[in-house]
Design a protein around this ligand. Structure first.
Ligand SMILES: C[S@@+](CC[C@H](N)C(=O)[O-])C[C@H]1O[C@@H](n2cnc3c(N)ncnc32)[C@H](O)[C@@H]1O
Length: 275
């Protein structure tokens, strides 16, 4: 087991929480879209581990691809799994399992998976490199390490008014305050390499907003999440007031109505093969 000075998972603050707003974001993700880069590498019979799987909508899609191989989703918060467990039962998918656990200390033997995956997780832990090393530990030689992460340092939001700038600054500040790398996407190549995997695919790209309708959905989800869990943390830290948040939320809605507005979220994806 790796040793490190990082905090145990139970003491880390997962800033997005598990409320309705967070679930709106996570359950919108599918293997076909958000996990598409991994699909060509998967084959029936592979054993796959999805680390920090959240509600498991991606995990479900992967399970269909590797069946009859076992697919396991592991996350520290089990309340998220219920809807996907029910969906898998309805669809008679028997090779999918969810486990409550800590991705810093995966409860699996060395070299016991053909593929390990993590999406939007490494930017929410204080020692991401240790998590990647732990993922590599359970990966068989020749196995596939697939990582996908945001990189907020690469986001393009335009036109940016002072209120929107402040809103972005609060969010980035909260990640930094919790010791999380908000620009982790660009670090994936180095982490995969350091974990003993040969990087075979690396791509940085924007999660593109096609037009005003799509942008409004995006902004509404963000405002919901701020209201639900991020805002109360900013206020608790003394960084702003409820009135400030209301003004910022209104500015985001105004932004979404601007036909010139652009909100491009930067992401990276990487595939490495374990030596
Ligand atoms: C942003 S969500 C991403 C969920 C999913 N992978 C996706 O892309 O939609 C991050 C997930 O990582 C989980 N997580 C964070 N730290 C963890 C840890 N140390 N052990 C297990 N899960 C962890 C959180 O509980 C949360 O469900």
């Amino acid at each position: 087991m790796n040793k490190s000075n990082s905090q145990p998972a139970a003491k880390e603050n997962y800033i997005l929480g598990y409320g309705e707003g967070a679930m709106q974001w996570m359950t919108s993700r599918t293997a076909e879209v958000h996990g598409a880069f991994l699909l060509p590498w998967l084959k029936p019979g592979m054993r796959l581990l999805d680390c920090g799987c959240g509600p498991g909508t991606l995990t479900l899609g992967f399970a269909k691809r590797v069946a009859p191989g076992e697919t396991i989703g592991i996350d520290r918060e089990a309340s998220q799994f219920t809807a996907t467990v029910n969906a898998a039962q309805r669809e008679n998918i028997g090779n999918l399992h969810f486990v409550t656990g800590d991705i810093y200390e995966l409860p699996y033997a060395d070299e016991s998976f053909d593929a390990v995956f993590a999406s939007a997780v490494l930017g929410s832990v204080s020692d991401p490199q240790r998590v990647v090393a732990e993922m590599a530990r359970v990966l068989k030689p020749g196995g596939i390490m697939a990582l996908k992460e945001f990189d907020h340092g690469g986001d393009i939001i335009w036109p940016l008014s002072p209120l929107l700038e402040k809103s972005a600054e609060l969010y980035h500040g909260l990640r930094k305050h919790n010791g999380h790398a908000e620009d982790c996407g660009r670090r994936l190549r180095g982490w995969v390499h350091a974990a003993g995997c040969d990087v075979q695919h690396l791509r940085g790209f924007f999660d593109q907003q096609a037009g005003p309708d799509e942008l409004r959905v995006y902004i509404d989800r963000n405002n919901y999440l701020i209201n639900e869990i991020l805002g109360p943390q900013y206020i608790e830290l003394g960084w702003c007031t409820q009135d400030d948040l209301a003004a910022q939320a209104a500015a985001w809605v105004e932004f979404a109505a601007n036909p010139a507005a652009i909100y491009l979220a930067c992401w990276f994806e990487a595939i490495g093969i374990k030596s």
